[in-house]
Write a protein that binds this ligand. Sequence first.
Ligand code: FEO
Length: 154
Amino acid sequence: MAYLHWSSDLDTGIDVIDGQHKRIVDYLNELNEANDKGDRQATNHVLNELVDYTLTHFAFEEELQEKAGYPFVRAHKRVHDIFTKRVAEFQKRAAAGDDVAPELLSMLKIWLVNHIKGDDADYAESVRKMLGVEGMEGKVAGGWLGVALKRFFG
Ligand code: FEO
């Protein structure tokens, strides 16, 4: 059973962001599965992938906010940075052999849901407006969005 189910109240209305958030939720569920199996190596592997992907998402999201002229981009980045430091501590402990998954899963679930519903929901309107005005979402592979996606996610 999934550890965290996607629900419509997590939607920001920005397809590209919702897709990335869903991927992070998938990683969280994979982490839970690996942990349930008691496979420490797989758990640490998923943990590192989850962190890499999330940090890339943060960087992409911050650039999207800049581009949209969202006024609280710095505050949002600070929230991302604090989270990044917390997770790095978990990674360090995991690398040293600690079984961090149960504690980490519980922290991630709470943090992620609150962050998406609160901080991310707050910038969504600015970005939706910008994407709507520029007609960039989904269709302009050579436009700013397509170029940024390629730059961040390859
Ligand atoms: Fe989608 Fe601010 O993380």
